[in-house]
Design a protein around this ligand. Structure first.
Ligand code: MLT
Length: 323
């Protein structure tokens, strides 16, 4: 019997082509699905391909009585109830490699935007002014960049920052081969307090966990160099928004560049949106054509390999495999 796949977010044509070419696979790809549409359709699905558009929570999983695999076209699986998926024997897989360059390039772009006031200067000129005085910038060369998290994206940022002649520090207590990776890109591995006290720019590349939630808060900000700039293309929950906004207003933090918020989209009155020292974009880290093709194709391949061939790769809830 054919395995049926429900695709709840837009994916590139090349990902659908992988499914068309596969044996014993049918699929529904209606584009961006609303939650009630997912609830109504998920009962016939053996597999799902998702991005971040739908929260796959206990209610959706309960309705998914045939579901065996969920492939996330992207890295973060914080929109899936992993414990509930494991309880139901559903493997959740992600595609961590495909969008790291896209995220790293955005982090570098945001750092340059902060250093040279590019968004504010652009808006000023679009409003009819010719103001060459207000937007005096600083160079990145010789500045210290502190990377919180030194996995794929952190390392990709480091390689690019090295080309900008920055000194690079990194903190990552979870990476087993951090020393080797650090040597390859001339990065100094340091503890978090050293990073806070020495970095001119701090760029976050960690997942949200009990240890990292609210990592950038009043206490950690107080340890940072006055005038530090913070970049976040990872997850909004790493930052206590009120604390960072207060530090920006007091001048302790000179600016921030944000791609991610908690929650998303940020509600009206979100403390970090609209401050002149903050550059913000709407979660565009993985939004390049190349990255979407890479993660979409890989997600389709993961679903086919697991359902058709019984080969499970990139499983995030590993406990499910022991059942
Ligand atoms: C990811 O987790 O892959 C990125 O944040 C992009 C996305 O959510 O689609």
């Amino acid at each position: 019997m054919a395995h049926h796949i429900l695709i709840t977010d837009p994916v590139p044509e090349s990902a659908l082509e992988v499914l068309r070419q596969a044996k014993d696979i049918t699929f529904d790809a209606p584009g961006k699905m609303e939650r009630d549409q997912v609830l109504a359709s998920v009962g016939t699905a053996d597999g799902m391909i998702i991005r971040s558009g739908v929260k796959v929570d206990a209610e959706i999983l309960a309705a998914a009585t045939r579901l065996k695999v969920i492939a996330r076209a992207g890295v973060g699986v914080d929109n899936v109830d992993l414990a509930e998926a494991s309880k139901r024997g559903i493997a959740v897989m992600n595609t961590p490699a495909g969008n790291s360059v896209a995220a790293a390039e955005l982090a570098i772009g945001l750092m340059l935007a902060l250093a040279r006031n590019i968004p504010a200067a652009h808006s000023s000129m679009a409003e009819g002014r010719w103001d060459r005085k207000t937007f005096m910038g600083t160079e990145l060369r010789g500045k210290t960049l502190g990377l919180v998290g030194f996995g794929r994206i952190g390392q990709a940022v480091a390689r690019r920052a090295a080309a900008l002649e920055m000194r690079i520090l990194a903190y990552d207590p979870y990476l087993p081969d951090a020393t080797q990776a650090a040597k390859e890109v001339s990065v100094e591995l340091v503890d978090l307090d050293t990073l806070y006290t020495q970095a001119d720019y701090i760029s976050l590349h960690a997942v949200t966990s009990a240890e990292t939630r609210g990592l950038i808060n009043q206490t950690s900000i107080a340890k940072m160099k006055k005038g530090v700039r913070v970049i976040n293309v990872a997850r909004g929950a790493l930052i206590v928004a009120d604390d960072l906004a207060a530090a920006i207003k007091s001048g302790q933090v000179a600016g921030a560049a944000l791609d991610v918020y908690d929650p998303e989209p940020p509600p009206a009155g979100y403390p970090l949106v609209g401050l002149p020292e903050v550059v913000h974009v709407p979660h565009l880290g993985a939004s390049t054509k190349e990255a979407q093709v890479a993660v979409g194709v890989e997600a389709a391949q993961l679903v086919v390999a697991s359902l058709v061939d019984g080969i499970y790769k990139n499983v995030v809830n590993q406990d499910v495999l022991n059942r």
